[in-house]
Design a protein around this ligand. Structure first.
Ligand code: AMP
Length: 381
């Protein structure tokens, strides 16, 4: 095994959003330098990095030049093109490897991988035309969900099909391009497991996190999840299988539906820290971001021990519709931590920040974080 990449070294991050920002904060705290590359400038990651490169992901010369100046390259969102990861890999190790990106950035490949690994997924069919959609609807039945195969996240490019007669409408809604039709899962809750795998094959996880979505976007997470020990164990073991079979060196999140009778179905994978793991920043000995750093640098993984029950609430751009939120009101609850991502334009639906609350139990943590978010929306007197 190669020698670990030690503090003082520079780490390259492809992508420049809030995940890269929190990674950079963790890395700089441990004395690393951070370089980020994305098509934008004055980005959430760039604002807290040593070097911010503005270049398109398909400017492979810029990508190689970026990679030459760092000891390892990682990424903070999975839609970095495979060619970009491969160009970077000519000049520095890329972790997780480009093939992890390749598998997880397209729903069809991801579901095919999961099914082949013997892991539970909703029944699905590949759909490349309206005729194929009609056939697939006959096989899978309704309700079903049609999702574009590429670049779909946070519910974008999705259509719930409640009747076979909606095929044309659904095909139009996903842009008439390659898609996956999957059976609708009547879930009781959605949960996730954030896990890490080190260069030595060691495995660490944060247990099960419980997630509530609003308008297809994560709204509130609480940890530890209110699930049975059997479900928690099954979810963690499935996550372990995913990280081992994909040979991940880094952090990966598995999102699940939990259906009646404790049945777990994997919805999707994210080969990076995940929004549901943001609460680890304040609640765990080692955050998911520090864990990513340790994993990609070949350091031993840190303890994932959770210090107190925690809840996280996302702050979307909608909160700004009547002006700047009342930050002092949120700060008035002393167990609540405010995280803002430095984004300049608060568009509706855009993730601008989050709040984390700690408490003696998860019900109180959740109630605190919701109260703090409601307080933000009130205008100062
Ligand atoms: P996704 O972009 O695949 O994570 O989907 C976003 C959200 O849509 C999920 O978190 C679920 O709330 C819902 N959803 C997606 N696929 C399904 C499904 N097969 N059955 C039920 N709900 C779904």
């Amino acid at each position: 095994m190669s020698a670990p990449i030690l503090p003082g070294s520079a780490i390259g991050v492809l992508g420049s959003g809030q995940l890269g920002r929190m990674f950079a904060i963790a890395a700089r705290r441990m004395g690393y330098r951070v370089h980020t590359l994305s098509p934008d400038e004055d980005t959430p990651t760039g604002q807290v990095s040593d070097v911010e490169i503005q270049a398109c992901y398909d400017d492979l010369d810029a990508v190689r030049d970026f990679a030459r100046r760092v000891a390892v390259v990682t990424y903070e969102f999975e839609n970095v093109p495979l060619a970009t990861a491969e160009a970077a890999a000519e000049c520095a190790p890329v972790r997780p490897a480009g093939r992890v990106l390749h598998t997880t950035q397209q729903r069809l490949r991801e579901k095919t991988f999961l099914a082949a690994a013997g892991l539970p997924v909703a029944p699905f069919r590949a759909v490349r035309s309206l005729a194929e959609l009609e056939t697939a609807l006959g096989e899978i039945g309704v309700p079903a969900v049609l999702k574009s195969a590429d670049f779909g996240y946070d519910g974008k490019g999705q259509f719930k099909v409640d009747a076979a007669g909606q095929a044309a409408e659904a095909w139009q809604a996903v842009g008439r391009r390659e898609a996956v039709l999957e059976g609708f899962i009547r879930f009781e809750k959605e949960v996730s497991v954030v896990a890490a795998r080190g260069m030595d094959g060691s495995f660490a996880h944060y247990g099960v996190i419980e997630n509530e979505h609003a308008r297809h976007i994560l709204d509130v997470s609480v940890a530890p999840a209110r699930v049975s020990p059997r479900v928690a164990n099954d979810a963690v073991e499935m996550a372990r299988t995913v990280l081992e079979k994909l040979d991940v060196r880094g952090v990966l999140c598995v999102e699940f539906f939990l259906a009646a009778g404790g049945r777990l179905v994997i919805n999707e994978l994210a080969p990076r820290p995940h929004n549901s793991g943001h609460l680890t920043f304040d609640a765990c000995l080692t955050s998911q971001f520090e864990q990513q750093l340790r994993a990609v640098c070949g350091l031993p993984l840190g303890s994932t021990e959770q210090l107190r029950p925690a809840a996280m609430a996302n702050l979307l751009g909608d909160l700004w519709q009547d002006g700047e939120p009342d930050w002092a009101a949120a700060a008035a609850i002393p167990e609540v931590k405010l995280h803002l991502y430095g984004k300049l334009a608060p568009r509706p639906g855009r993730k601008m920040g989050h709040l984390t609350a700690l408490a003696a139990d998860i019900a109180t943590a959740e109630q605190r974080v919701r109260a703090a978010r409601s307080a933000l929306a009130r205008r100062p007197g």
